[in-house]
Ligand binder design. Structure first.
Ligand SMILES: [Zn+2]
Length: 170
């Protein structure tokens, strides 16, 4: 089943601010999402570590992320669906937002060996016109990576690689 992740505009706006702060550094963190139906998730929060970013590669350091995730879980404890870690996100400030070989290898290693047996990877890129390009790829133990679908809440059309996410101007 192809996973779909709905991104509310409020979360998109937060992401845009993080990406501006990150500049040319790769930044990233964890995705926290509510499962609303089988294969369907809504992003309720994302953690970010602006300190750990480097220009070439994002290294996920657990401590700041687990603290931020605890707060997000607390803030969303009233939701009816299961709210949990969905996966990772990071930026590709200077190249297309598709998983690199290193990205695929590290996500595959995580689901095959150490972490959860399923995780999504969202890669984002802030474009010069402030729109966000993004892809989502899902990794499941024993299976090949699969492209998922990103949906911006309040919009009919789905966004994906090649179609910039345009924030309203105001
Ligand atoms: Zn990457």
């Amino acid at each position: 089943m192809t996973l779909s992740l709905t991104v509310p505009r409020s979360q998109l706006a937060k992401l845009q601010i993080h990406l501006k702060q990150g500049g040319n550094r790769e930044i990233g963190g964890w995705l926290v999402a509510e499962q609303t139906a089988p294969g369907k998730f809504e992003l309720v929060g994302l953690t970010v570590d602006l300190e750990a970013g480097t220009r070439d590669r994002f290294d996920s350091v657990p401590e700041p992320h687990s603290q931020q995730m605890d707060r997000i879980l607390l803030e969303n404890s009233g939701r009816t669906g299961r709210v949990d870690y969905l996966g990772e996100w990071h930026s590709h400030p200077t190249f297309p937002p598709i998983p690199s070989e290193i990205d695929v290898a590290s996500m595959t290693d995580m689901v095959e060996n150490s972490g959860p047996s399923f995780a999504a990877l969202v890669i984002v890129r802030l474009m010069a016109n402030a729109s966000i390009q993004a892809t989502i790829t899902t990794f499941q133990r024993g299976q090949l990576p699969e492209a998922g679908q990103l949906i911006i809440a309040d919009e009919v059309s789905a966004a994906g690689f090649g179609e910039g996410w345009q924030l309203p101007e105001h």
